[in-house]
Write a protein that binds this ligand. Sequence first.
Ligand SMILES: *[C@@H]1O[C@H](CO)[C@@H](O)[C@H](O)[C@H]1NC(C)=O
Length: 386
Amino acid sequence: MKNAAFNLDKNTTKSSSWIKKKQTQPLKSPLSLLLILSLFLFIFLFISFFKITPNSLFSKTITNNPLISQCSKFQTLALGEKFLWYAPHSGFSNQLSEFKNGILMAGILNRTLIVPPVLDHHAVALGSCPKFRVLGPKEIRVSVWDHVLDLVKTGRYISMADIIDISSLVPSSIKAIDFRVFASLWCNVNMDFTCSNDLNAQSSLFDSLNLCGSILSGIHGNVDKCLYAVDEDCRTTVWTYKNGDEDRVLDSFQPDEQLKKKKKISYVRRRQDVYKSLGPGSEAGSATVLAFGSLFTAPYKGSELHIDIHEARRDQRIQSLIDNSEFLPFVPEILNAGKKFALETIKAPFLCAQLSCASLGFVGTAGSTIADSIELMRKSDVCSKS
Ligand SMILES: *[C@@H]1O[C@H](CO)[C@@H](O)[C@H](O)[C@H]1NC(C)=O
């Protein structure tokens, strides 16, 4: 029998070499390799699962595998670097002021700013802080993610840094990363965001992008040491920084009794030092990604709606960041195009003013040429059309 088997093998060289291989180098067979790999993967998943469980029980985090594995994969890629995301919204000037606040927060918290795209005009709306009627941080982060994916799909993605020149700040004052680069790493997808035709075809890719967007938005809760989704917004918090005030004192602007009764709201606005709340040593401070909601602020009734950091005399690094980011220029391409237009097309000294119907309510002085123009706009009824 033995001989017969041997002879048979000899006739078919393929099977004989296979048997030989199997006998001498059992570890190199694809099946054993697969087994060993799955064992490692199993142990890895097992460890990750139990590492995350205590926190998830506490913060009601769901413990599905994509959440955990995606976050830990990203942490491995991040090599200790920490990131800051926020949700831009409303019109361009709003987005620009939020961008500047993002730069400020990235400086204070020493995190790499994730530079967002320019969103379509009012594609995402916040609501009204004075009326305490705003989209919550989670909801607005989801809306922004959805809109950004839409910009990618339709090939209309333009980064904020394609418009506003931040080269004087990056990387000397803050670190920054393009959202598309971040999202590729965060979602663990190898994709070319500039190639929209490819993306349209891959609906499964967008399914996974939707999932990782919902994770980044914090709708599944925080992920221990990986993601901290800020829950504070203008209804509860005015961020301060080293201003010498006591931390967590009441802000001067609070919802009035009528509003509290009518809307059944119980918001209390406190002034909180952002570094103490979200900086090193805090739970948020240890997270690889920190996601804010809206970073919109505006003066209101003697206070600020959400961020009251206009100077940082106790921190020279942040003070110079505030000074240097007050007026950020357009990128050279835009400035040069403007200069060319002025020189070759207008060919005369001129004053440029942008007037929009939304601004009409805020312009009070009459008699200037701008006010006259506004009056003209009113009379010619340009605003009722939109
Ligand atoms: C900022 O973080 C980096 C590590 O990411 C660290 O090396 C650096 O000292 C930090 N800078 C400040 C001012 O905290």
